[in-house]
Write a protein that binds this ligand. Sequence first.
Ligand code: IPM
Ligand code: MG
Length: 361
Amino acid sequence: MELKITCIPGDGIGPEIVAEAKKTLDAVAEKYGHDMHYTDILMGGASIDVHGVPLTDEAIETARSADAVLMGSIGGDTTTSPWYKLAPNLRPEAGLLAIRKALNLFANLRPAVLYEELAQACPLKTDISARGFDMLIMRELTGGLYFGERKTVEENGVRKAIDTLTYDENEIRRIAIKGFEIARKRRKKVTSVDKANVLDSSRLWRAVVEEVAKDYPDVVLEHMLVDNCAMQLVKDPAQFDVILTENMFGDILSDEASMVTGSIGMLSSASLNDTKFGLYEPSHGSAPDIAGQDKANPIATILSASMMLRYSFDLDKEADAIDNAVKQVLKDGYRTGDIMSVGCEQVGCKKMGDLIVERIK
Ligand code: IPM
Ligand code: MG
């Protein structure tokens, strides 16, 4: 099979982790007889430095013409990097928001799994972590507060900032359908998270989710307020299968969920539209403090490449090969610094990539 992949190495540790993910994909391609064609584009700070903007129209078109996009990470240190002296719409993150919108990537899938091998890294009490957990956050990605009208004005000498949170029923319905569809392939439970005790947008969210649920009688639906959900994630994460939520809540809850796994360097993500096209990226950021030092954990990006094979190309066997190689490396006791524990061998980013490749061949 021919796979046309656009890569966005991006900023910070991005180029290092994408290089390891490509190495892994190449190993899979060789073993299973596929042809990988990569084209790199610039986004975030890397694009600002060359073009003065975080994403060009040409870069969007290159991404659009591929079958899938593999991304590292973007952004820098917000207090020291000159990128953050620019107007907000010219900063690195604006590139990411623009590509999500331009490619209509409205469904963001963020799995948060407690890996057996890394259970000691879980910051929760052992009676909670012993139960394990495996949830998937389905975050709406192209609506809500992130894309509503915003402005800062001055009224009678008082500065005032306005952000608007809007959802129409079609935006809610399409993400709800994705949530129920994926729940069907998992443990058949959807927890829809909102703030329906305060927000109109949440009341509409709840109503539309209820409507969609009628088509999925085999899936259990529950509603949960977002503040309660934040508590439940640390109190009893095992209760969750699919968490379905809007953009801002999903941003916050997915960071919390990844933290309780104790291994944010392990968590992949996919952003999908309503075709097979998707953008795949690790759930973590660009870690500028360790960039260029061969210290980054490439596993989240490698697992994102595996998600890409599974969701955009239906190559389940190949995706399994990557997932199993990652598990085997952990079983064999290799760790990058972020997931290091006593008795294991600490390795760098490149070496971790090599070890995974060895186990695919
Ligand atoms: C994420 C990130 C982005 C977001 C930032 C970088 C704009 O935090 O992907 O979760 O808030 O969506
Ligand atoms: Mg975030």
